[in-house]
Design a protein around this ligand. Sequence first.
Ligand SMILES: Nc1ncnc2c1ncn2[C@@H]1O[C@H](COP(=O)(O)OP(=O)(O)O)[C@@H](O)[C@H]1O
Ligand SMILES: [Mg+2]
Length: 226
Amino acid sequence: MLIEAINIHKAYPGPLHVLKGVDLSIDAGEVVAISGPSGAGKSTLLHILGGLDLPNEGQVIFRGQNLYGLTDVKRAQARNTEMGFVFQSYHLLPELTALENVVLPAMIKENSRKTSTIEFAGLKLLDQLGLGPRALHRPNQLSGGEQQRVAIARALMNGPKVVFCDEPTGNLDSVSGHAVMDTLLGLNHSHRVTVVIVTHDEKIASRTQRVIAMKDGLLETPVLSK
Ligand SMILES: Nc1ncnc2c1ncn2[C@@H]1O[C@H](COP(=O)(O)OP(=O)(O)O)[C@@H](O)[C@H]1O
Ligand SMILES: [Mg+2]
């Protein structure tokens, strides 16, 4: 098992009880969708699975380690080296080229200026995603789907065990959205990387191996497996 979430609760002041005791496990190599209506708590859950937000109660065991038992620094290191993140609005740095965006996590990890090895790896990833010729373009010179594929390449840069995607197709038309899904599914196959996709789009969710339906802060059972 790669990730196990046990009895996750999250509340915001209000009080707003957003996650009401979520239990979930994800195996290495799976592609899982977390689907459900807006406001169900999907993003909150994804952030907690990925060490980005603290639960009020419960544990996330990632590769045998309690994520929230780690110091902030160790948890940040785990995020940088073992997890990739893809967001709805890409979160690329506009002043950097596609390649510079992609290699950023490796530069942080190696604590170094960009080396030819890192650049070569970044270019190889962009090439795999069909974006080799766009390596020196800035985000505003790329379509939404291309920007999202750059963000996916960046998420893969440090060879993560899992890529967490929050509405990765949410800003895209249906054709570009499905192309982004093709990319994610292809990378699951070629890199054996686990992929967790939050989406409110049922067509996107149905392309994964397992759909976990979420409503009002709880997972709906049964969890369907293909
Ligand atoms: N930082 C926050 N502070 C207060 N409320 C929040 C915060 N983040 C999310 N919420 C609330 O929690 C609920 C679930 O949000 P979210 O996890 O983003 O749902 P989803 O991704 O399924 O649309 C919503 O009612 C939202 O307004
Ligand atoms: Mg959301």
